[in-house]
Design a protein around this ligand. Structure first.
Ligand code: UDP
Ligand code: MG
Length: 334
């Protein structure tokens, strides 16, 4: 099975050593009243069997059905079920973020509420994490969704994301994933970014792998997404790529292209000026003149954007006391 970043030879095998790490299961919930009783029963049973301390963080993303009522009823008799209720629908990424912020476990497991993934796969993913992986991503190898509007766009998107990010996974969209808590708490989520966590994490130098998991057709409720998600995911991909490559040095990307553009524009203008002065040629009607001028203006704008980016980047990091690096561990440190 192809994996993304795989040198874990120096990692402590946490789960394998007998230490008992605790788990936080984060479940985003948007109008899932049909599925919640089944979800709670099957998830609890699977975790009970697994035997580690756990909490289930159900994040109600502004459901308009009985989801919250059902959850609060269940939570009344089970302190391990924690429920967060959003004021309105903020989206799946926000729901994950709320869960990550509140999670107290050593490992965070994400799973959808619709039981398309099997909670009984969780121990298997955690065992793999215990070998030293920080992120274990589920891969719906036999995905049970419609082909044309779900599987095909997803296949293309996965190829594209793998290619652009350099982190090769078959299934970025699978919600069933296991993260070490400290890794995922370090990542800020916006837009549809939750699916890019493995890529972002891998850039931070953590070990990412994937594992085939079971997948079933949706039996309760209906899917919350249509084909339009593909476009939003693609736009986010551009953001992610840019943020990770250039967010601390915007001038180097914009400035470089700005300079190239100005130089080419300048060369063209010089050539036209030469023909005008030496041969007295008529250059006023030449498309090349337009191109030369355009390139110079574009170049100046690019450099301006680069400088703006530098200012914004400093504001971003310094006002939030963000670091431009990620520390793995420290000895005799602060
Ligand atoms: N979801 C959410 N907020 C939203 C849309 C979806 O919390 O705005 C939840 C939903 O309840 C489910 C998960 O995200 O638990 C995945 O949604 P869905 O199963 O509809 O997506 P699909 O599996 O069809 O891609
Ligand atoms: Mg689903």
């Amino acid at each position: 099975m192809p994996t993304a970043v795989v040198d874990i030879s120096d990692r402590p095998a946490i789960l394998a050593t007998g230490a008992s790490p605790s788990l936080s299961i984060v479940v985003p919930i948007y109008n899932e009243e049909d599925s919640i009783p089944h979800l709670y029963r099957r998830l609890s049973a699977a975790l009970e069997r697994y035997g580690h301390a756990y909490e289930i963080l159900a994040v109600d993303d502004g459901s308009r059905d009985q989801s919250f009522a059902l959850l609060s009823e269940l939570a009344a008799s089970d302190p391990r079920l924690r429920v967060v209720r959003f004021r309105r629908n903020f989206g799946q990424t926000a729901a994950f973020a709320a869960g990550f912020d509140r999670a107290r476990g050593d490992y965070i497991v994400t799973i959808d509420a619709d039981l398309q993934n099997d909670p009984d796969d969780i121990p298997m993913l955690l065992a793999r994490a215990g070998e030293g992986y920080d992120v274990v991503s589920g891969w719906r190898a036999r995905r049970q969704d419609a082909f044309i509007n779900r599987k095909l766009p997803s296949m293309i998107a996965n190829r594209l994301i793998s290619w652009v990010t350099g982190v090769h996974l078959h299934d970025y969209g699978c919600s069933l994933k296991v993260y070490r808590a400290d890794v995922v708490k370090n990542i800020n989520l916006y837009g549809e970014l939750h699916r890019f966590i493995p890529a972002v994490a891998s850039w931070q130098g953590v070990a990412v792998t994937e594992m085939a998991v079971r997948h079933e057709p949706r039996r309760y409720g209906t899917s919350k997404y249509g084909i339009s998600r593909t476009v939003r995911v693609l736009l986010d991909l551009i953001t992610v790529r840019f943020l990770l490559s250039y967010s601390t040095r915007p001038m180097q990307i914009f400035g470089l292209w700005g300079l190239v553009s100005i130089l080419v524009g300048f060369a063209i203008s010089l050539y036209l000026a030469f023909t005008k002065i030496i041969y007295n040629a008529d250059i006023g009607s030449r498309p090349l003149l337009l191109l030369g001028v355009l390139l110079i203006i574009l170049g100046v704008q690019f450099i301006g954007i680069g400088l703006m980016g530098e200012l914004l980047m400093r504001t971003y990091y310094e006002t939030q006391h963000k670091q431009i690096y990620v520390v793995r561990e420290e000895i005799n440190g602060v």
